[in-house]
Write a protein that binds this ligand. Structure first.
Ligand code: OAD
Length: 242
């Protein structure tokens, strides 16, 4: 499919008729808020660390203090950030279609702060603390450098999904249900390199949904989409709502 930086008329018309829109977002939607995208997070203090090496249970087992420092740095970044116009555009869009289901790979909570409701947090939440022995056990946030679970004494860790870990069954089920019941599917600001999130497009396409990718760059899965809007989320969504 052709890559276009403007919204084609046929896409606007399809959106007009849309009954159920499923939107998958990735870190690109928060870029304009000053939160680095996942694969661009090698900045400043952290320029020598590969984010992918930091987001694993093995990294935490090897050096939990380092991993905590990395996540506290990310927490501080996000606390000082504010939702941008793309987050807000999705709130507006939700009021204009009969049903919008928002699935995010982001752990920053910016969709909720912009006003989106019932967001499916596919990769968890940056601000949640959980027990490293039982990921279902959420514990109170602590100021300790290396917090300990008050129930079992295991280390406490950030409540995000790391590489090699499963997605929470309820998040997976809700996201797959939304993708398999939508008539339009948008992937916004994601490089589509991480599964199972990247597979939601296929689920939507298999039920005949119109699929749209919004990303200034090509991605691993661009070819699969019927419409590819080669623009930032802020620009493309503003134009779509215009
Ligand atoms: P990536 O860092 O892989 O990709 C970010 C994407 O956003 C890239 O394709 C950029 O081209 C695009 N982008 C940059 N600025 C943008 C803008 N203003 N508007 C729209 N798009 C823009 O991040 P994700 O795809 O979100 O998971 O990464 C997926 C998962 O990989 C993350 O949730 C994280 C990581 O593993 C876990 O930690 C489990």
């Amino acid at each position: 499919m052709l890559r276009d930086s403007v919204i084609p008329g046929a896409l606007r018309e399809a959106l007009w008729d849309c009954r159920h829109l499923c939107v998958l977002t990735g870190s690109g939607i928060s870029a304009a808020s000053g939160v680095p995208t996942f694969r661009d997070a090698q900045t400043g203090l952290w320029k020598d660390f590969d984010p992918i090496q930091m987001a694993t249970p093995e990294a935490f087992a090897r050096d939990p203090e380092l991993v905590w420092r990395w996540y506290r740095w990310r927490r501080e970044l996000v606390v000082n950030a504010t939702p941008n116009s793309a987050h807000s555009a999705l709130v507006t869009l939700a009021s204009q279609v009969p049903k919008l289901c928002l699935v995010t790979q982001n752990v920053d909570g910016l969709h909720q702060r912009a006003g989106s409701e019932d967001v499916i947090e596919f990769h968890g939440n940056l601000f949640a603390d959980i027990c490293s022995d039982d990921r279902n056990h959420r514990v109170q946030n602590s100021q300790a450098d290396l917090p300990i679970c008050d129930t079992c004494g295991a280390l406490v860790r950030p409540g995000v999904v790391w590489f090699g870990e499963s997605i929470s069954p309820s998040a997976l089920e809700s996201a797959e249900f939304a993708a398999s019941h939508c008539d339009m599917f948008f992937a916004i600001g994601t490089s589509s390199q991480v599964w199972p999130a990247a597979g939601l497009c296929d689920i939507a396409a298999n039920v005949g949904a119109i699929t749209v990718e919004i990303n200034p760059d090509s991605t691993a899965l661009s070819e699969q989409y019927q419409y590819i809007i080669g623009a930032t989320a802020e620009v493309a969504l503003a134009e779509l709502l215009n």
